[in-house]
Structures are given as C-alpha cells and as structure tokens.
Design a binder for this molecule. Structure first.
Ligand code: ATP
Length: 763
C-alpha cells in the first residue's frame, strides 16, 4: 500500500476510482443474480449517518470540512478502522482474505470481503466500501461514468453462463479471473473460458503466428499462464525446448505425438526423482534398522553378562549357605544328647554366643530366601528381555530384507528410467540436429570490420554497400570468452560418455582463430581442454560405471598420416576400414586417467608436431590435427559396456592458392589442403542431399572422420572468420561453407552399447 500517498491528486483519483467501477459492475451482477440491493454512494452515506459504528467508512465529505474537522475525521476514521479490523478478526469469519492488485498506473491496491461487500483499504489506513471511492474525492452517482478506462476490466460471453465480468488481477503475476456473484469472489477462470478472453486470444494468435508448428490453443493458453501472459516468453520457451522445427507447419499429428511423448518423458523424469527419493528413504530406514539391530545385540550381550554374573553370585551364596548349614549342624551335633542333667556350666560353651549364632543362621536363611526370590525375578525379567530382543532382531531382519527387496526393485526401475532418460536426451539432441554449426569472429586490431554480429544466430557481411546474411546455431562475436564458446558444445560431451561418436571441428582461413578456439592459450584454454575436463567430470559423477580412456593424436600432412605420440621413428600409417569402424593400425594410443595426464600427453603431441614440421620446413598449421579420445564404459550393475569417441579436429587453413601465390613445395601443400577440404565439402553436400553414396574415401581426412560424420555421430563445427575487409572473400566462402553444413542431417545417431556377457543378477 506504500505508493498511493505519493501520487498526484489527479492520478490518485483515477487509481481510486478504478476498483469502484469494478465494484459497481459486481453489484449489478449481484443484483441480477441474487436480488441483493447494491450499495451506491448515497445509500452508503445515509446508512453511515444512521449507523455511525458501521465497518464502512466514507471519507469523501472530508473535502468540504476545514483542516481541524479533517484531523478529527482522520482520528475517528483511524479508530473506526482499528475497530473494524478487531471486529473483523474476532467475528466468525476468522479468515479475512485480502486481495491485492496492481493498477496499470503502478498503484498497489488492497481489499477484503466482509458481509458480502468488498472493502478497499487505501494508503492512510482508511477503509471504504466497494461503492465508495477509497479516499478523499468526490462521490460519484451511479449514473456517472465512474472510471476513465481500466483496460483490465471487461466482460465475456460464456455459453450456458451468459455475459460474465472479468478482471485481470495482478499480484506477482497476472491471473485471469471472473466475478462469481454466488460466492462474491473473483475466481480463477477455467482454461477453456480463458481462451475466449480477447486479451488472451490475441496472445495465443500471436504465438501461433510466430510458431506455425504449434497447434494446440489450449496448451498455448496454459503456457501463457505460466509465462505471465508474455507471448515472447512463451515463444522463446517453446524454441528452447523444441527448436526450429516449430517454425515449420509440421505434420500436426506427428508433432503432437512428439510433444506428448516429451511431456510423458518429463513426467517420467519427475517419477524418477520420486523413486530416487524413495530409494534414499528406504536406504536410510534400512541403515537405521541395522543400527537398531546392532544396538539390540549389544544390549542382549550385556544382559547375558549380567545374568552370568548373577549366576556366579547365586553360586557363591549357595556355597555360603551350605557352609552355614554345616556350621549349624556341627554346633547341633556338639549339643549333649544325654538325659537332661543339670549341666554344670562349662566355661567353654557360651549360650549368648549360641543365640547369636542361631539368629545369624535365621538371618542368613531369610537373606538366602530373599536372594533366591529376587534372583528368580531377575532371571525371569532377563528371559523376557531376551525374548523381546530376539523378536525385535527378527523383526529388524525382516524389515531389512524387505528394504533390500524394495531397494532392488527401485534400482531396477531407476535403471530402466535412466535408459529412457538417455534416449529422451538423445531425441532432444536429434530434434536440435546432429550437426550444430557455430560461427566465431576473431578480434581484430583494425578499426574497419566487414562483419555485423548484432544478432545471436545471424552474421551479416557488408559487401559493396549491401549485406549478405548467414544463419548459424549460434554466432560468437569477437568479445565472446572461451568459456562462452565452449557452452555450445557442452550437450554433446555427455553423449560421448553414453557411447556415441562425437566430433568437434574448427574450419576457417589461416589466422582466423581455429587453434585459439580449439586449443587456446594456457590461461584461457579452448574447447579441447574444456571438453576433456567435462568428459572426465561426467565419468567421475557416474559412480556405477567404470571408464577406461585412451588418447591418440595424429596429423595429416600432404595426405599422409603422422603419429604424434610415437616414441621412436613412426612408420608409414594407413587407414583400415572394417564395416562401420575406421582404424589406423600401429597408431599409438595411450591409457590416460586424469586431466593432468591428458594435458601432458597433448603437450607431448604438440611438441612432436613442431619437431616434425621444423624437420620438414613447414608451418604446423599447414596440417590437419586430429586428437581422439576413446571412452569405454562398463556398468558395474548391469555389466553393459559402451564405446564412445571424442574427436577434436583443428583443420588446416582454407586459402585460395592464387592469393597465397605459393610455388613449389608450398603449392603442393596448399593443393593437398584444398583437396582434403574440398573432399570435406563434398561429403557434407552428399549428406545434405541424402545421397546413396557419400564420398568419404576421397581424402584421408574425410576417411578418418567417417565415423564422426555418418549415422553414428554427433558433431559441432566451428567456422572461424576474420573481420578484416582484406579477408572478405575468404570470410564469405567460410560462411557459405558453414551455413550449408547447417542443413546437413546425419540421421538417427546410434549408441554403441553392448549388453553384459553374463547379465549380473541384482544384488
Ligand atoms: N578470439 C580471439 N581472441 C584473441 N586472440 C585471438 C582470437 N582468435 C585468434 N586470436 C589470435 O589470432 C592469432 C591467429 O589465431 P590462430 O592461430 O588460432 O588461427 P588459426 O586459424 O589456427 O590459424 P592457422 O590456420 O594458421 O593455424 C593468434 O595469435 C591468436 O592468439
């Protein structure tokens, strides 16, 4: 309620009048349907005069009073307000519900229902009824047009209900409500009705216009509700989830099926979460039961020790008793049995001692009896406790077995759901396209630039006064950080751990930033290091799967292969193809485990590359560098194995021979690079038009990349461009190459997972 006091008078009047119009319209409805006489301002004032302690207060007359009267009226109003609040809270309707809404001019309004009337509360704690303006101004007659314009109040025709009043309440989020005269409340409008509201209908049409692939109006209405009736937010949410396919008026049924399956998978995800939670609860319970079991066992042990100790004491007491009996018997046997002769008092026999002994014997007998009784009782109690403990242990054992069984079931379900989740994740990636193409613009010290990267997915090239636009999955401006650039490739790294062939390529003119993007400097590592780091993180996170990693590094120079990790002089390497697999026999593959280890191996490869290029008098960047990480995972629970590869490829620069004016060896080198890059372009063209034959074998480069570019793979291609006008023609041809790849569809990627040889039984 804080802002109302600060608004100007004119503004205030408009704000205050707005709810009044709604109230008046509500009253008209109430009058129609319930025959309840509406309050109008005049009636209200009259009733107030008759009933000074009423909960309804009108302060409109205060304008005519002088300042003193206003003060008094203010005090009186405040007292009444307090009284009203106290009475309201002590009345039977203890749940006094406040409603708030934000008026279009920014004023927050509050009101509550009382005795069938809605009472508005304004900034100065003044209370007014639904027909009176909330503060200070002139009373309007019902005939007067009370509200200038409140675009949220309106009416809609609903079949079977007639015209109903609607009002857009706004609190944290917009909600579409209608006034229900029977309850006297603003109720949430059903989705079906809401679709008929003009405000909503226009937004639904807007979303459908932008995304022709969407057909379900009800669903769009529901999405609008979720997004605070912001159509742009709905459009971007759909695009994030389903991608560009929504731009095409796709096969509706297929699309709906996909949406439904996506939704059901989301449901399943939620169910997995629940199951996981249950599993954790069960495991916790089992743990508690185990602890309880062991504490009961300890207690039982303790009680049996006590029992043993008591048995020892009994034995000792029994021995004492026996000894005492013997003594008594001995004393009795010493007593004379002859006829009673008045015995001569003998100095050796002391009757007092005899009495004491007898008393002692009696005492001992009593103590013995008591001891036996309490011992018997203890024994009984101990037996009882032992029995209870045994029962509790048996119960705990049963519960533990039950918990184990449930945990087994849950684990089974979890595995099933995890497989489905993976499939769903891959389906999502397929919907986004197996080849994702990103464009990265290099920074340039020169002020002039031929590139315009103002859009996230579009780059425009200024050429002879005009502009040519190229679309990509994402365009990174020269200011984009290495971290940001890596984000685009993140999703496919997970797929590698799941057993897919994954490939990241950098294509572009010499000096356009391919090596910077892929390798990067030590303090700003590029995609290579980051993707390996992410892969290791995923492997570590999956506790139930053990991963073995092997790394190999080779370069292709003048169409021949060089092993960069070979210890001695490397022999001639050839590519061998067997079915879908492509291998290089004799290529060094090192076992690696940690990031540090992998980085050391990569450094060794780079060093060998430099040595080789110096020997041959070439620049290392005139060869293609291919780094491959083979990832073999074994699921310790199901025994299934997966084989994925991560191929990171820094291609040699794409130049026009005429521009470099190369001759001799350089000309051969440039021709070889051009040949392999042309072969790469031909492969993409064949894939794009779904040709029966894809010419993978036209070059060593494409032959080696075949597993990464055929049906089994997912790929990311970075096209690197330089912004300098001098490089315009290379930049154009690179962008053309990149945007044409974007339309390539590799087909359904297949996961290379083999079931366990002997599927392990659930533990
Ligand atoms: N985004 C960038 N931010 C800062 N410097 C960059 C960026 N991209 C490239 N550079 C710098 O530009 C120069 C050339 O980049 P880089 O060596 O990566 O190009 P390249 O395309 O790999 O060239 P080549 O084909 O000759 O290997 C390097 O000095 C590199 O540090």
């Amino acid at each position: 309620m804080g802002s109302a006091a600060s608004v100007s008078d004119a503004k205030k009047e408009e704000v205050e009048v707005a709810p009044r119009r709604v109230a008046e319209e509500d009253d008209a409805q109430v009058k129609d349907e319930q025959s309840v006489a509406p309050h109008n301002v005049e009636e209200e004032q009259t009733s107030r005069q008759e009933e000074p302690a009423s909960h309804v207060v009108d302060i409109s007359s205060s304008e005519e009073n002088d300042a003193e009267t206003q003060d008094e009226a203010g005090e009186e109003i405040e007292t009444m307000f307090r009284k009203t609040m106290i009475e309201a809270s002590t009345e039977t309707e203890l749940s006094l519900a406040f409603e708030s809404f934000l008026h279009k001019d920014g004023t927050l309004y509050s009101c509550f229902s009382q005795h069938g009337s809605r009472v508005y509360v304004d900034e100065t704690n003044q209370v007014t009824n639904q027909n009176a303006p909330p503060s200070g101004s002139h009373a309007h007659t019902p005939a007067e047009p009370a509200v200038a314009d409140d675009d949220r109040a309106s009416a809609v025709y609903i079949q079977g209900k007639g015209m109903i009043m609607t009002y857009m309440f706004e609190e944290k989020a917009n909600t579409c409500r209608y006034f229900d005269p029977q309850t006297g409340l603003w109720l949430l409008m059903p989705l079906q009705w809401e679709m008929d509201v003009e405000f909503v209908r226009t937004r639904v049409q807007r979303v459908m216009g932008a995304l022709p692939g969407l057909g379900d109006q009800k669903e769009i209405t529901a999405a609008l509700r979720q997004c605070n009736y912001d159509p742009d937010e709905v459009i971007s949410a759909y695009l994030t989830i389903f991608g560009d396919v929504l731009f095409q008026p796709a096969d509706r049924e297929q699309h709906n099926r996909e949406l439904n399956s996506f939704r059901s998978h989301l449901e399943k995800d939620r169910a997995i979460e629940d199951l996981k939670q249950k599993l954790q609860d069960r495991e916790r319970e089992a743990e508690a039961l185990l602890q309880r079991n062991s504490s009961l066992a300890r207690e039982a042990q303790y009680l049996s020790d006590v029992l043993q100790h008591l048995n020892l004491q009994v034995a000792e007491l029994e021995a004492d008793r026996q000894e005492a009996r013997e003594k008594i018997r001995a004393l009795l046997s010493r007593r004379p049995t002859a006829p009673p002769v008045r015995p001569e008092p003998k100095p050796g026999v002391d009757p007092a001692r005899l009495r004491a002994l007898s008393a002692l014997t009696r005492g001992l007998n009593v103590a013995n009896k008591q001891l036996r009784a309490s011992l018997g009782q203890w024994l009984q109690e101990a037996r009882l406790q032992m029995r209870e403990l045994e029962e509790a242990a048996a119960r705990a054992g049963g519960a533990e077995e039950e918990a184990r069984r449930e945990a087994r079931e849950l684990r089974g379900l979890y595995r099933k759901e995890a497989v489905e989740r993976k499939a769903l994740y891959n389906r999502l990636l397929e919907l986004q396209g197996n080849i994702r193409v990103f464009c990265r613009c290099r920074a340039s010290p020169a002020a002039a630039s031929c590139l315009d990267v103002s859009e996230e997915e579009e780059v425009a090239v200024t050429q002879k006064g005009g502009k040519r636009r190229f679309l990509f999955d994402k365009v990174y401006p020269s200011s984009a950080s290495q971290e940001k650039v890596f984000e685009g490739t993140l999703p496919i790294i997970t797929s590698c751990a799941d057993g897919f062939n994954v490939c990241i390529l950098a294509y572009g003119q010499t000096g356009s930033g391919k090596t910077y993007t892929m390798m990067g400097p030590k303090d700003k590592p590029g995609v290579n290091v980051r993707s390996i780091r992410e892969l290791l993180r995923i492997c570590k996170e999956r506790e139930k799967v053990t991963y073995a990693l092997k790394i190999s590094m080779l370069e292709i120079y003048n169409d021949s292969l060089n092993d960069l990790l070979a210890k001695g002089p490397a022999g001639h390497l050839e590519i061998r193809a067997q079915g879908k697999s492509v291998t290089v026999p004799g290529l060094t593959a090192m076992d690696v485990e940690t990031e540090e280890h992998i980085l050391n191996v990569m450094e060794l490869g780079e060093k060998n590359r430099k040595i080789a290029s110096t020997k041959m008098n070439i620049q290392s960047s005139r060869s293609h560098l291919i780094l491959t990480l083979r990832v073999e995972g074994t699921d310790s629970v199901s025994g299934a194995t997966s084989h994925g590869t991560l191929t990171l490829c820094d291609l040699a620069g794409s130049e026009r021979i005429s521009k470099t004016e190369a001759t001799g060896a350089r000309l051969l080198e440039a021709a070889s690079i051009n040949k392999s890059l042309t072969a790469l372009g031909q492969v993409f063209s064949a894939l794009k038009c779904n040709a029966l034959h894809v010419p993978f074998r036209n070059s060593k480069l494409t032959h080696l990349l075949q597993p990464c570019l055929s049906g089994d793979a997912k790929a990311c291609v970075f096209v690197n461009v330089s912004p300098e006008p001098a490089n315009l023609s290379e930049t154009l041809s690179t962008l053309q190459f990149g945007s044409s790849i974007r339309q390539v569809v590799l087909g359904k990627a297949t996961q290379q997972v083999a079931p366990a040889q002997n599927a392990k039984a659930d533990k």
